[in-house]
Design a protein around this ligand. Structure first.
Ligand code: PMP
Length: 422
């Protein structure tokens, strides 16, 4: 391990920013829930491309469809042309994920990354309502470009922007309550109190589970009430499902558990199924107000993303991912709540489906999560910390991880935590 670290730290000289510091090795191969480095050491991957690889690295079914498409000289870059690959994806999404759930949305493809789609959602909401303000939640993460950053409440991310990030009002979030203070009551009071001078927002943007914020899961009742407040005040509800969509919480869209329908849904990351760059909006039909040239982007014409995305939807259904996930989620919950939380009264556990957080914020020891993730790396598990001061270890395994690998990863995690927690 030490020799590997020494060689990789040299690459820091030219690589301005990378994971080298926490994972000091060079990765070369990936399959399913596993990564391998050039020294043939195997690591169980609990990062999964920050949620971009829900169906595993190099998923065989999706790979087969992609290879078939390339072998037939399918169009790779199609700008905004209507293509077979785009049509096939739209049809598949409609037939399997929208119509059966009585969801009616139009599709807007946005470019390579999640933050591109967040920009489009904010721009659309403002254009449609002719209002400038947006409400966002404390701890939310929506991307690094100026619009996405404006609704992201993280001081170091925001301070790096170099400009004022305006027209956004933040509402508290963590579990809906801060010291018995109801976040949605606060939001309603802002909306009702005209004396506050806070203009009505175009939209509220929400993650049903704040992932980067430290794995905070909104309750169903909280989400229903948020939808009701938006209805009452004519505010668009934007659900950022970039990280927790595509099955992560146990259903394809994360808002399904609350049976609410957002006005705009933002998807990216695992959407393309294979790690290909892709982002899009699902928008209620009445929001389709764009005129030509009001919003475009070259790489929303990347056809392999459509091919992967269609195959991913097929895979999701044909391999019964929602059913197979239930048992895996229960295993994680059991180990976290009964074995890891039992190690110390200050450890707090949160999560749903296949996203879980272990919160060490109450610990005095500095960088305890850094030490735990380092120990995990040495034992063959890639995992990272997130949330305020990086105090939460976030578990983001592949939805399709084999049971034996999941058990092994949880054993490594248990050992690493017990190593540092007295
Ligand atoms: N929204 C959420 C909820 C995210 O988790 C992320 C990425 N971590 C983004 C937006 C931004 O996506 P990208 O990094 O692809 O621009």
């Amino acid at each position: 391990i030490e020799a590997i670290k020494t060689s990789v730290f040299e690459s820091l000289e030219s690589n301005v920013r990378s994971y080298c510091r926490s994972f000091p090795t060079q990765f070369s191969y990936a399959k399913g829930a596993l990564l391998q480095d050039e020294h043939k050491r195997e690591y169980i991957d609990f990062l999964m491309g920050a949620g971009a690889l829900n169906y595993g690295h190099n998923n065989d079914y999706i790979k087969e469809q992609v290879i078939k498409y390339i072998s037939n000289d399918g169009i790779i870059q199609g700008l905004d042309m209507y293509t077979n690959a785009k049509e096939a994806f739209i049809q598949q999404m409609n037939d399997t994920m929208l119509k059966p759930k009585e969801l009616k949305y139009k599709f807007m493809f946005c470019g390579p990354t999640g933050t591109n789609a967040v920009e489009a959602a904010l721009k659309l909401a403002r254009n449609y309502t002719k209002r400038t303000r947006v409400f966002a939640f404390m701890g939310g993460y929506h991307g690094m470009t100026l619009g996405g950053l404006s609704v992201t409440s993280n001081a170091s991310h925001r301070n790096a922007s170099g400009v004022e990030l305006n027209n956004v009002t933040f509402i508290p979030y963590e579990d809906g309550y801060i010291n018995n203070f109801d976040a949605l009551d606060y939001m309603e009071s802002l909306l009702k109190d005209t004396h506050s001078g806070i203009s009505k927002p175009a939209a509220v943007i929400v993650e049903t589970v704040q992932a980067e914020g430290g794995v905070y899961v909104a309750s169903e009742a909280w989400l229903v009430r948020l939808r009701e407040i938006c209805n009452k005040h004519g505010i668009l509800l934007i659900c950022d499902d970039i990280q927790v969509g595509c099955g992560r919480t146990g259903t394809f869209f994360s808002f399904e558990r609350a049976t609410i329908q957002p006005d705009i849904v933002v998807l990216s990351k695992s959407l393309s199924g294979y790690g290909f760059p892709m982002s899009m909006l699902l928008l209620k039909p009445e929001l389709d107000i764009w005129k030509p040239a009001e919003h475009n982007g070259t790489f929303r014409g990347f056809q392999l993303a459509f091919v992967g995305a269609k195959a991913a939807l097929e895979y999701y259904q044909n391999f019964n991912l929602e059913q197979t996930m239930v048992a895996k989620s229960k295993v994680i919950e059991h180990v976290l709540k009964n074995e890891i939380a039992a190690m110390h009264p200050d450890i707090r556990i949160r999560g749903i489906g296949m996203i879980w957080g272990i919160d060490f914020a109450k610990f005095q020891e500095s960088d305890i999560t850094g030490k735990i993730t380092q120990r995990c790396f040495e034992k063959g598990l890639l995992i990272e910390s997130t949330g305020r001061k990086g105090a939460v270890i976030k578990l983001l395994p592949a939805l399709v991880i084999e049971d034996a690998l999941l058990d092994k990863a949880l054993d490594i995690l248990k050992e690493a935590i017990s190593w540092h927690v007295q």
